[in-house]
Write a new protein. Structure first.
Length: 240
């Protein structure tokens, strides 16, 4: 199965190891993986900030860059959800709308691709730790992802998964929300981290590094006994 990677801006710049681990897992699952070096952003930041004309230019480039890909896989439900659900709101031309609709059927969040397309759950990973899982808003609400990541984690040898209270509540990041409403954002991070620690877990896992980046900043500021880890990094643990 041929797969093209889409690596979001912040993953490329801040967490490249997660991108490499996703590649590692996909190849182990039997995929032929490619990476188009011309790719840039999906356009979500500009769209969310209200710059729809600028966003449309970036989204048009995205459509062009991934026009021939069989499947597009990304380690971010936020970016995938944007492409799936909002490209069709930006474009009005018949040809553009057809391309937007077509790409929405070919792009998948990493865990979604493993469980729903490849129908793989056990990647042979091992990680001896007590962990809790955070449902990102984009994964849960935009991509309807809930059980898949938990199924994948249930097969990680040595990993004990414990559910936190209010697991479906937002972590407080929300892109520009964290900047515009920093006080509320920090309060939401505090609530999420408090609930995570209450489970006895020492690790928070999610599909979205944007959430984990936000939580990790709060954790480090408060010097709390908690780590964060993307699902791809977990699934690439314990094997070469």
């Amino acid at each position: 199965m041929k797969v093209q990677l889409f690596i979001p801006c912040f993953v490329d710049q801040l967490y490249p190891e997660t991108a490499f681990n996703m590649l590692k897992v996909l190849e182990k699952a039997g995929c032929e993986v490619g990476y188009n070096t011309n790719q840039t952003c999906c356009g979500q930041p500009a769209f969310n900030a209200g710059f729809w004309d600028e966003a449309k230019a970036v989204c048009t480039k995205f459509l062009r860059d991934f026009d021939t890909a069989d499947y597009i896989v990304a380690p971010s439900a936020s970016c995938v959800g944007f492409v799936k659900n909002y490209y069709k709101k930006l474009f009005t031309g018949e040809e553009e709308l057809q391309k937007a609709d077509n790409i929405s059927n070919r792009i998948f969040e990493f865990s979604e691709f493993l469980t729903d397309v490849l129908q793989v759950e056990n990647l042979g990973a091992s990680l001896n730790i007590i962990a809790t899982y955070h449902d990102s808003c984009a994964a849960l609400r935009e991509c309807k992802i809930k059980d898949g990541p938990r199924k994948l984690l249930s097969h990680v040898k040595g990993l004990q998964l414990t559910e936190m209270n209010d697991v479906e509540t937002c972590c407080g990041f929300g892109g520009t929300f964290a900047v515009k409403f920093d006080g509320i954002s920090i309060g939401m991070a505090d609530q999420k981290v408090t609930n995570a620690i209450a489970t006895g877990a020492s690790l928070v896992i999610s599909t979205d590094l944007s959430c984990l980046m936000h939580l990790d900043g709060y954790i480090k500021e408060k010097n709390l006994p908690l780590k964060t880890m993307h699902l791809a990094d977990v699934l690439a643990s314990g094997w070469e």
